[in-house]
Write a protein that binds this ligand. Structure first.
Ligand code: 5RP
Length: 220
């Protein structure tokens, strides 16, 4: 089984969490895309969806699935999204696709967060994957200096990339994240930071990993 097939296996297992009449939060990325395509097969079952990016909203609409603004939807029963890294406590690094802020908002508004990934995403210590931070453009240099000072990591501007919210991304390299909740809060306290890609204060509730032997469910 290749990596893409493992992502699809995880997405297939997550479909089991979809109940009749639900409004489902939808993540962003190649694993979330598998979930969207599979959801199309049972679209009569869901009431509507809320998307965490313009790209996912477009894919959902392309399948004829209703997409609501989060403000119209209220609390969501379920959020399904991928991740760039997860530890065994289901603390995540997300934002490889740059959708971290909307992803974090939809996750926060959801009762259950089911994370889907291939098995390579499970790590002992978070930080090999550069940690994305969404920043208001005029604060870019100031925030980069503060990140260096406060974390010791190396912030690198994601060249030629603008988020759906009109902001820039600094990816922090060279981190070994021993205290994810503390780092998440510290980065969010820098003026000019919109949010960062650590999902530790609100981790996933369920992690489904695609493996060569099929989907494996991990609870924190
Ligand atoms: C996008 C994300 C994605 O969930 C993350 O990058 C994983 O992507 P993929 O499913 O393509 O491996 O956080 O902002």
């Amino acid at each position: 089984m290749n990596q893409d097939e493992m992502k699809r296996a995880a997405a297939e297992a997550a479909i089991e969490y979809v109940d009749t009449g639900m409004i489902v939060g939808i993540g962003t990325g190649s694993t979330a895309n598998h979930f969207i395509d599979l959801l199309a097969g049972i679209k009569g079952k869901v009431d509507a969806t809320v998307a965490s990016s313009e790209a996912s909203a477009e894919r959902l609409r392309g399948h004829g699935i209703r997409v609501l603004d989060l403000n119209e939807a209220g609390e969501l029963s379920l959020y399904v999204d991928g991740a760039d890294e997860s530890n065994k406590y289901l603390h995540l690094i997300k934002g490889g696709g740059g959708a971290l802020t909307r992803e974090k908002i939809v996750a926060a508004a959801s009762k259950k967060f089911v994370c889907i990934a291939d098995e390579s995403k499970l790590v002992d210590i978070l930080g090999d994957f550069p940690l994305p931070v969404e920043v208001i453009p005029m604060a870019r240099s100031y925030v980069a200096r503060e990140i260096l000072k406060r974390t010791g990591g190396t912030p690198v501007l994601r060249e030629g990339f603008t988020t759906d919210n009109g902001n820039v991304i600094l990816d922090i390299r060279d981190l070994q994240i021993m205290e994810p909740v503390k780092l998440e809060n510290e980065l969010n306290s820098i003026v000019g930071v919109v949010t960062n890609g650590l999902f530790a204060a609100r981790p996933a509730d369920v992690l489904i990993l695609g493996t060569p032997e099929g989907a494996k469910t991990i609870l924190p």
